[in-house]
Design a binder for this molecule. Structure first.
Ligand code: NAD
Ligand code: DAU
Length: 350
């Protein structure tokens, strides 16, 4: 019997992790703890909201008194920690929010876990979900390994790197049993349209310009979000305590190529003339300190835990586009209000 608190379970990746665990482990209690910031949305997990083994609690991971109460009231046995500020562009304009949530929030959770579990630390797992961005930026060759030295370059990645260090420090100093994973770029249903692919899907649909930063030559390694959720399940259940696992899609794309490919899929889905959507592509001012390339070597999780991506990229992209086209209400809700002012400031356009 486990009572697992999943933080950030109303966000993009967290909602897929919550769904997977609620459906796969009816004997567990899954507590979804989320502050419902602009990125958190209960519509992401509406399908499991009535499940017997599921409970949503709204709250802030930075609030120690509240977190301590959750550990006690819900008899939390394990943590899977995803709550974070997650968008690099926002970290450039508002770094302190990232320091607060990603560092202070993580340390608050670590403290509460050690206090709640101090008499039997060996019976509990604190699993921290992190990013490949902690390793910095690659040139054209090479891959990030679990042993690659940390070299974060943005306020977002520096805050995530810092949180990883705190997690390891709590293992070393207090004996907390921790696991960490560092994953590459996720794509799929429910991603907030500030990130590259859903932003482009929304803009193509609405015939708006497609803002590609710089020359579009930066490279990312894309993984379907459900495959990341499967990796998190495998690491939580089968991963070694104290170990780090890199998770990636073996799937590198230059930004301009992935946007062009998306345009082709959208032309097809929207019955447009081939090439019509790509005419919307516009090169805009580059992101400050833009990391050139991320690429994960995921052979450790493949060899040790038998995980690998289940979906081919082409299928994943088509499923993603279909989801956004079929979920107009979801897209309408998240792009109303605050999103409009964010978009205007970030892209200098309506
Ligand atoms: P997201 O921005 O979609 O969701 C973050 C969630 O955290 C939201 O539901 C938000 O309401 C919640 N949250 C924020 N501050 C909180 C607080 N103080 N207390 C409680 N909840 C709070 O993020 P995502 O893309 O789903 O990423 C989830 C995690 O995975 C993050 O830790 C991120 O660093 C990591 N990650 C993301 C990617 C990616 O491609 N998106 C890749 C690798 C790792
Ligand atoms: O690598 C994992 C990381 O991937 C996660 O830790 C982050 O939470 C997640 O946001 C993502 O970070 P990126 O910065 O790589 O993702 P984003 O979708 O913001 O951008 C992908 C690439 O596309 C990047 O090179 C910047 C570029 N881009 C992005 C946007 C939003 C554009 O060219 N135009 C845009 O409008």
């Amino acid at each position: 019997m486990k009572n697992i608190v999943i933080t950030g379970g109303a966000g993009f990746i967290g909602s897929h992790v919550v769904r997977l665990l609620v459906n796969k482990y009816p004997e567990y209690k899954i507590v979804n703890l989320d502050l419902l910031t602009y990125a958190g949305n209960l519509e992401n997990i509406i399908d499991i909201k009535e499940s017997q083994n599921y409970k949503f609690i709204k709250g802030d991971i930075c609030d120690e008194e509240f977190i301590t109460k959750i550990f006690n009231d819900e008899k939390i046995t394990d943590v899977i920690h995803l709550a974070a500020e997650s968008h690099v562009d926002r970290s450039i304009t508002d770094p302190l929010s990232f320091v607060k949530t990603n560092i202070f929030g993580t340390v608050t959770l670590l403290n509460s876990a050690v206090n709640a579990w101090k008499d039997e630390l060996d019976k509990h797992i604190f699993y921290h979900v992190s990013t490949d961005e902690v390793y910095g930026s690659l040139a054209e060759d090479g891959f990030f390994l679990e042993t690659t030295p940390y070299d974060p370059q943005s306020p977002y990645s520096a805050s995530k790197a810092s949180s990883d260090h705190f997690v390891r420090a709590w293992a070393n100093t207090y004996g907390l049993q921790v696991k960490i994973s560092n994953c590459s770029n996720n794509y799929g249903p429910n991603q907030f349209p500030e990130k590259l692919l859903p932003l482009m899907i929304n803009n193509i649909k609405n015939n708006k310009l497609l803002p590609v930063y710089g020359k579009g030559e930066n490279i990312r390694d894309w993984l379907y979000v459900v495959d990341h959720a499967r990796a998190i399940d495998d690491i939580f259940h089968k991963g070694e305590v104290g170990e780090t696992y890199n998770v990636g899609g073996f799937n590198e794309w230059k930004n301009i190529d992935i946007v062009n490919h998306l345009c082709e899929i959208m032309d097809d889905k929207l019955d447009r003339t081939p090439g019509e959507s790509a005419k919307l592509i516009t090169f805009v001012k580059d992101r400050a300190g833009h990391d050139h390339r991320y690429a994960i070597d995921a052979s450790k999780i493949q060899k040790e835990l038998g995980w690998e991506p289940s979906l081919q990229f082409e299928e994943g992209m088509r499923k993603t586009v279909d989801w956004y086209l079929e979920n107009e209400d979801w897209l309408g809700h998240v792009t109303s209000g605050q999103y409009k002012s964010y978009y205007k400031i970030q892209y200098n356009q309506e």
